[in-house]
Design a protein around this ligand. Structure first.
Ligand SMILES: CC(=O)CC(=O)SCCNC(=O)CCNC(=O)[C@H](O)C(C)(C)COP(=O)(O)OP(=O)(O)OC[C@H]1O[C@@H](n2cnc3c(N)ncnc32)[C@H](O)[C@@H]1OP(=O)(O)O
Ligand SMILES: NC(=O)C1=CN([C@@H]2O[C@H](COP(=O)(O)OP(=O)(O)OC[C@H]3O[C@@H](n4cnc5c(N)ncnc54)[C@H](OP(=O)(O)O)[C@@H]3O)[C@@H](O)[C@H]2O)C=CC1
Length: 291
């Protein structure tokens, strides 16, 4: 099946990155959100990131302009539904995602493939509430989308071969690499990465190190490009907590217990970079550790 139009639901940090790479690869993109402010910010950020690519001579000014002309931002979810491939990239809450797939249902074309960029939630369960579980796939990009090479593809129990192959062809056209994961809580990357981040928060909670020393230790001691707390702020602490809850509930093992300190930051609304405060405070010129 040939895919030329893409609908993205959710214009947060992942939605804007996915719109960016899809438009650059020549797809016609409809980006939707419930919030006009989120849409405006997403388009401005895409423009800024494309400009940076032009200034670093990764793309030409013409490629930037035609990519931008292929993106339509809208509050109308119906327009995102009437496309060849829908990628849901809204907040990591199962109820929110079910509601989005329900709202999309009347607007889908008969051949529309439905996917979710979820970090952790069961693809089989999301698919089972739609009219097309065989045309449903986990399409999991990594953050920042324009930079990261990997896309995890997760088949639900009913996903058919044609759907998987059509999405694999999209990954190829983006110049990215796919890894297949089975549909178990948090798939591959986050099953390994997010418990490590949670352990870093326990390390902070128990006073083994402070924010700076924990991040420094993992950057210089394990050659990670970002320390685990810096990375948690980058991902979003609400998303990290949601993933730990899916692992804890789905695998029923206490080793996935979310650290109470992570919960406390989320309860405070200190969600990391996106709210300008998390394990670091980003309101000044330089990030300042909050512990
Ligand atoms: C939670 C989930 O479900 C799954 C996940 O995504 S988990 C998170 C996975 N991601 C990671 O682990 C990221 C870890 N961090 C890194 O790899 C690096 O710190 C990084 C790539 C983000 C930045 O690298 P860096 O060397 O410190 O920064 P910098 O030199 O400024 O940037 C490198 C390139 O990335 C680009 N870049 C950096 N941040 C970007 C962003 N947010 N958006 C777009 N492009 C970005 C820069 O423009 C630069 O591009 P060029 O090479 O074309 O010049
Ligand atoms: N952050 C990361 O590193 C990664 C995240 N993911 C996954 O991608 C998805 C999005 O994450 P991310 O972009 O970080 O989250 P963000 O919080 O940055 O963005 C989520 C966006 O979805 C919007 N939204 C909420 N409800 C709806 C709705 N009903 N309809 C349309 N839009 C809605 C939010 O609007 P508002 O702000 O108004 O609520 C917000 O603009 C999640 O499933 C996450 O797990 C996957 C890979 C990496």
């Amino acid at each position: 099946m040939d895919i030329s139009t893409i609908g993205i639901v959710g214009a947060g940090q992942m939605g804007n990155g996915i719109a960016h790479v899809m438009a650059l690869a020549g797809y016609s993109v409809t980006l939707s959100d419930v919030d006009q402010d989120a849409l405006d910010k997403a388009v401005a950020l895409i423009e800024k990131n494309l400009d940076r690519q032009v200034s670093r001579e990764k793309i030409s000014a013409e490629e930037r302009d035609s990519a931008l002309s292929r993106i339509t931002a809208t509050l109308d979810i119906a327009k995102a539904g009437a496309t060849d491939l829908v990628i849901e990239a809204a907040t990591e809450q199962e109820a929110v995602k079910h509601k989005i797939f329900e709202s999309l249902a009347p607007h889908l074309l008969p051949h529309t493939i439905l996917t979710s960029n979820t970090s952790s939630i069961s693809i089989t369960r999301l698919a089972s509430r739609t009219d097309r579980p065989e045309k449903f796939l986990g399409f999991h990009f990594m953050n920042p989308v324009p930079v990261m090479q990997l896309v995890e593809l997760i088949r639900g129990i009913a996903t058919d071969k044609e759907t998987y192959e059509a999405c694999m062809a999209v990954v190829d056209r983006l110049g990215k690499t796919a890894a297949s994961a089975e549909d178990f809580p948090a798939f591959i990357v986050n099953r390994i990465l997010v418990p490590m981040i949670n352990e870093a928060v326990y390390t902070l909670y128990e006073g083994v190190g402070n924010v700076r020393s924990i991040d420094l230790a993992m950057k210089l001691g394990a050659n990670h490009p970002m320390g685990p707390l810096e990375l948690a702020d980058f991902i979003g602490l609400d998303t990290c907590l949601a993933i730990m809850n899916v692992l804890h509930d789905g695998l029923a093992d206490t080793k996935y217990r979310p650290c109470p300190l992570l919960t406390k930051y989320v309860e405070a609304g200190w969600l990391g970079r996106k709210t300008k405060r998390g394990f670091y405070d980003y309101r000044g010129d330089e990030p300042v550790p909050t512990r």
